[in-house]
Design a protein around this ligand. Structure first.
Ligand SMILES: Cc1cc2nc3c(=O)[nH]c(=O)nc-3n(C[C@H](O)[C@H](O)[C@H](O)COP(=O)(O)OP(=O)(O)OC[C@H]3O[C@@H](n4cnc5c(N)ncnc54)[C@H](O)[C@@H]3O)c2cc1C
Length: 396
């Protein structure tokens, strides 16, 4: 169990936010070219790093070391100060770091964790056409040639790949064994010859993710993570982080900025002078949201604490991911309903805002992003049923 947090810690973070959170970043980051988005995100990462707040969840020796309650306070204060999120560093500080810490060699950790702190950007090359939910069916192949693997195939939906320096890559290294036993996990340098990155346009107008075409890309054997053909097990640490640890910040942001905006929206007078919040049905919905958010926050803290203590259950991260993403969808959907036509007329979303653009319809569209990656809601329900509740396995 983590030790309690003193009020001094909160006051310190609050003071820091007052002096360091950039003002007006939402309007300044709306509709900007990619280069400006990248520069802004990297600058904000450096600022957080200088405050000691960029990677609070990492071990102390690599620049982290905050207890879970301290992390909760940090995320609450960042959300209350309306600080931008680290959208671009997300895969590096969560997915890549968790994977390196769980399965990397000492040399791989020493090479990459400090580089991530220096701003190295990562993407995740798991999904493929025909192998999203059924990830084990992936067809991208890697054959060994001396001290290198040679990789060919196609990846899909790789978030941030157009800006990435490195990629967490899964590829099939043995086609002759059951599908989960023939996959290996690589750290791929995105500057390697043979990589073609093509951004995909999304419903919100952004191009947050990309297709990756890999043509005989050479990866040194030293960049294999875990043993050859054990990539499936290694991938579980990445997915566990995606579904569980990342949610601590997101839950606090939903509870702070997200809920606050919803209450403000409901309290805004309409043309006839009435306010939605005066309607008992609306007030009731807000009360339900508040209760659900309280539950989500407790659930997240519990999962992260049990993860740190090594007592997390196999489906815990899936429970959090499922609950968060569906609650986000209900909350932003309700915002769009209450916001009415005005909520539909906002077309610009700040590039550094994640779902928290404050534009209800765009945030509602964006909320669907959370019910799909890292395993869709249907897949999370199956995991919870099978691994959490011990129900019979789905036929493969
Ligand atoms: C915003 C976003 C970011 C992403 N970022 C990345 C990234 O950085 N790197 C990466 O590798 N991938 C990324 N993805 C891809 C994501 O992981 C996949 O989209 C996801 O795993 C689902 O796979 P799919 O799209 O192939 O859907 P499919 O597997 O084709 O599924 C289609 C539908 O069928 C349902 N379904 C499929 N199988 C079952 C089943 N057995 N039981 C019940 N229902 C089922 C699914 O739930 C879904 O509703 C991202 C996706 C999004 C939306």
């Amino acid at each position: 169990m983590s030790s309690p947090v003193t009020g001094d810690f909160r006051a310190g973070v609050r003071d820091w936010c007052r002096s360091n959170v950039p003002s007006e970043w939402r309007s300044a980051q709306t509709g900007v070219p990619d280069t400006e988005f990248v520069a802004f995100q990297q600058d904000w990462f450096r600022t957080l790093r200088s405050g000691g707040f960029a990677v609070p969840h990492w071990p102390k020796e690599f620049g982290g070391g905050m207890s879970v309650p301290e992390q909760v306070v940090l995320y609450q204060e960042l959300a209350a100060a309306d600080a931008p999120r680290l959208v671009l560093a997300f895969v590096a500080i969560h997915h890549a770091a968790s994977t390196l810490l769980a399965a990397g060699t000492e040399a791989q950790r020493r090479r990459h964790l400090p580089a991530i702190l220096d701003g190295e950007i990562w993407c995740q090359g798991f999904s493929e056409p025909g192998a999203g939910s059924d990830l084990a069916s992936l067809r991208t192949s890697a054959r060994r040639e001396g001290d290198e693997f040679v990789v060919s195939g196609q990846k899909l939906w790789a978030s941030g790949a157009q800006h990435a320096d490195w990629c967490l890559l899964l590829a099939r290294t043995d086609p002759n064994v059951p599908k989960r036993k023939g996959i290996s996990y690589f750290l791929m340098d995105m500057r390697s010859p043979g990589i073609d990155v093509r951004p995909i346009k999304q419903a919100t107008g952004e191009s947050h993710f990309c297709e990756l075409f890999l043509d005989e890309v050479r990866i040194p054997v030293s960049q294999l993570i875990g043993a050859e053909n054990t990539g499936w097990q290694v991938a579980q640490s990445t997915l566990g982080a995606e579904r569980g640890l990342t949610m601590l910040e997101l839950a606090e942001r939903l509870g702070n900025a997200g809920f606050r905006w919803l209450v403000e929206e409901c309290g805004r007078p309409r043309r006839d002078g009435g306010r939605p919040i005066d309607d008992a049905v609306v007030a009731d919905r807000l009360a339900v949201f508040e209760t659900e958010i309280a539950g989500l926050r407790l659930l997240c803290r519990d999962v992260v604490e049990r993860h740190e203590a090594g007592t997390a259950g196999a489906a815990d991260a899936s429970v959090v991911k499922l609950f968060y993403s569906e609650l986000l969808q209900r909350l932003t959907g309700f915002g769009a309903e209450i916001g009415g036509l005005a909520a539909q007329s906002v077309v610009g979303k700040p590039s550094s805002g994640g779902w928290e653009s404050g534009a209800w319809v765009l945030d509602f569209v964006g909320s669907w992003e959370w019910t799909i990656p890292g395993g869709s809601s249907e897949i999370q329900r199956t995991i919870i049923g099978e691994r959490g509740l011990g129900l019979p396995r789905e036929p493969s």
